[in-house]
Write a protein that binds this ligand. Structure first.
Ligand code: CLF
Ligand code: SF4
Length: 301
């Protein structure tokens, strides 16, 4: 009999984000199929990729699910270390459920050994955990920047939930509630959950230890505290108000203060929504749409 720990090790062994060790050997790719978003983060400018998993200021080329599937099959044939397909934007994948799930379906049909990964702000997660489980998506990231709506009110000016826009703290309360429900539902469904938190000095930096406690108690597997990247030219609210990001020393101090409690991710590279390759290696320009549409899928053929 294998221990629980060995079983989990086997589930993450080829995932470059969930396993520090794996990121030296295995690659991931993202397909940008999800343009819409249902909330506003003060560190985001919609002209660019979702800043919950991205470096601000990056624009990915939008694909249809069919184009995305073609791209995945081409790349999986060309890059043998390719083990994971993630959907992380350029907006929120679960604000584009048909496009996101259609893409995953096409990949499962044609390349069943590619692991599926999804990153979301969590607002719609409780509605989709069953579908995520059905599709065998074993890795879900939720970006959780607060567990206290008073703090969240400085991060999220509005939330659009089920055809209605909620401004200020009223919206943040809904987001918080859905993130917590989603986290719980993932745990019950036995899906490995990573939490990303964007560290924003003076706003949620001291609060992240509390976030860490709460997500750990609700079964999150891994915590990735990422630095806010804020530049005026990115045209975000925080960029315009002069909000700074943390120094690497400040970031490390917060990561360290959480690290006694649970596994911390420290090798995140804040990827683009169309990233390709090992973490830190950006091969997206080799596979732009005009290029990959001309290439024949070699995978499994
Ligand atoms: Fe992509 Fe994210 Fe899946 Fe990884 S990225 S959807 S969990 S396959 Fe990874 Fe990139 Fe950091 Fe994200 S290094 S930004 S944590
Ligand atoms: Fe931007 Fe992502 Fe936040 Fe949506 S969830 S506003 S795309 S950073």
């Amino acid at each position: 009999t294998t221990s629980l720990d060995e079983k989990i090790q086997a589930r993450i062994a080829k995932h470059p984000c969930y396993s520090e060790e794996a990121h030296h050997h295995y690659a991931r790719m993202h397909v940008a199929v999800a343009p819409a978003c249902n909330i506003q983060c003060n560190y985001c400018n919609r002209k660019y990729d979702c800043a919950n998993e991205s470096r601000p200021g990056v624009v990915s080329e939008l694909l249809t699910p069919e184009e995305a599937a073609h791209k995945v099959l081409v790349i999986a044939g060309k890059i043998p270390q390719m083990t994971v397909l993630g959907i992380a934007g350029p907006g929120d994948p679960l604000a584009n459920p048909e496009k996101t799930f259609r893409t995953f379906e096409l990949i499962t049909e044609k390349a069943p050994d590619i692991k599926l990964c999804l990153s979301t702000n969590g607002l719609m997660l409780p509605d989709y955990v069953d579908r995520i489980k059905q599709l065998n998506i074993d890795h879900v990231t939720i970006t959780i920047n607060m567990v206290d709506p008073e703090i969240g009110a400085n991060i999220y000016p509005w939330v659009h939930y089920k055809r209605k826009r909620y401004r200020g703290i009223e919206g943040v309360r809904i987001l918080h509630e859905k993130q917590m429900e989603g986290l719980q539902a993932l745990q019950e469904a036995d899906i490995l959950c990573k939490v990303n938190s964007v560290m924003i000095p003076g706003i949620n930096d001291e609060h992240l230890v509390e976030v860490n406690k709460v997500i750990r108690s609700k079964g999150a597997f891994l915590h990735n505290i990422m630095p806010l990247i804020s530049a005026p030219e990115h045209g975000t609210h925080f960029g315009l108000t002069g909000q700074r990001g943390p120094t690497s020393k400040e970031l490390k101090a917060v990561q360290d203060s959480c690290s006694g409690n649970m596994k911390m991710m420290r090798h995140c590279r804040q990827c683009r929504a169309d990233a390709v390759g090992l973490l830190g290696e950006d091969r997206s320009q080799e596979f732009t749409k005009d290029k990959f549409m001309e290439m024949a899928p070699e995978y499994n053929l």
